[in-house]
Ligand binder design. Structure first.
Ligand code: X2X
Length: 339
């Protein structure tokens, strides 16, 4: 073949088309399922440390077919936006507190009732047992997929820039950021505080600028989100336990062949078990670190706080909202009467 300028140009054009075609169909290295996992935690929180390991295993065990990319720190949007996105398919996976999820699935917040769980020994059998099964059933009714094992967030403690919270009286008119959830607002209103619903994505700034004086979160988050930079006091109220359900968009989930579904759920559930251990250990060991960052701790008696909730009809009101069946599942799970 005689090579002249014309054939050279033609050759280049043909090669160019072929390349573009290959890119549009699927180059050998691209995954068949490229999914996003969005969450509100920093990369240093055990949730993302363990999720990172899990997605690496999923990629390997699926022989490169399932690639899940993690988007930490609410990069794709705040929790209440992301809940919409995981429903519409804008993100395929998203982790969310059961309490915030209750804005869509009202009874999902059952596990977050104040002072329901005395300790972790009561949490896991309940969340891996009847209570978790009940809540996952409620979530499924709204068309979202949930993986079996809930991840840990932890027992929540109140922090403040103003002074320690030692008794419910100290919460009177206290401007406290709470996540967006009717249960949280109701609980802090029952304490007599002035709760403001703010997504986690805006919490650091809200504390820094003095929009609110306090917030409540487990110690692991005070540390990884560096809330110690904008808070001074930690009161170990242990007022509720909180976790993260891994939610999946139904269409994206159902697009996965069964063996791929198995690889994803097995690895995420195994990561949940490891993450629970990490967070538990952190929440038990971080006090010294946070004191090193200048925080002052106190450990209030929880009884007056529970009594305050009871006398404000917090428990009976919520029992009415959840219904007797759901309430009975909660009381059985925590082994005590709450009203
Ligand atoms: O928003 C919060 O405070 C957090 C991070 O604990 C939740 O996701 C509920």
């Amino acid at each position: 073949m005689k090579v002249n300028r014309r054939t050279l140009l033609l050759g280049a054009a043909t090669a160019g088309i072929a390349t573009q075609f290959a890119i549009r169909t699927r180059p050998a290295h691209a995954a068949e399922f490229t999914y996003k996992f969005a969450n509100n935690q920093t990369l240093t929180h055990p949730m993302n440390v363990r999720a990172k390991e899990a997605v690496a295993k999923i990629l390997e065990e699926s022989s490169g077919r399932v690639a899940i990319n993690i988007f930490p720190s609410s990069q794709l949007g705040a929790d209440t936006d992301m809940l919409g996105q995981v429903r519409s398919g804008g993100v395929e996976f998203f982790s969310l507190s059961p309490l915030i999820l209750s804005t869509l699935v009202p009874n999902a917040s059952l596990s977050g009732i104040g002072f329901a769980f005395p300790n972790y020994d009561a949490v896991w059998p309940a969340m891996d047992g009847d209570l978790g099964t009940y809540v996952r059933g409620e979530i499924a009714k709204k068309g979202l997929v949930t993986l079996d094992k809930i991840w840990d967030n932890g027992f929540r403690q109140i922090s403040s820039s103003k002074g320690p919270i030692a008794t419910p009286a100290d919460l009177k008119s206290f401007k406290i950021r709470v996540p967006v959830s009717p249960l949280w607002t109701s609980m802090f209103s029952a304490f007599g505080a002035a709760p403001a619903s703010i997504n986690f994505a805006e919490t650091y700034t809200a504390l820094q600028t003095g929009v609110v004086d306090g917030q409540e979160n487990p110690l692991a988050i005070l540390s990884t989100a560096k809330l110690y930079e904008v808070q001074k006091f930690v009161s170990m109220t242990n007022h509720m336990w909180d976790g993260f359900w891994i939610l999946a968009n139904r269409r994206a989930w159902e697009a996965l062949p069964d063996d791929m579904k198995d690889i994803v759920s097995r690895n995420f559930n195994a990561a949940a078990e490891l993450e629970r251990k990490d967070v538990m250990a952190l929440n038990q060991s971080l006090r010294g670190d946070l004191e090193g960052h200048g925080m002052t701790f106190n450990v209030p008696d929880p009884v007056p706080f529970q009594e305050k909730l009871r006398s404000a009809n917090f428990y009976s009101d919520w029992k009415g909202k959840y219904g007797d069946e759901a309430w009975a599942i909660l009381e059985k799970a925590v082994g005590k009467s709450l009203t």
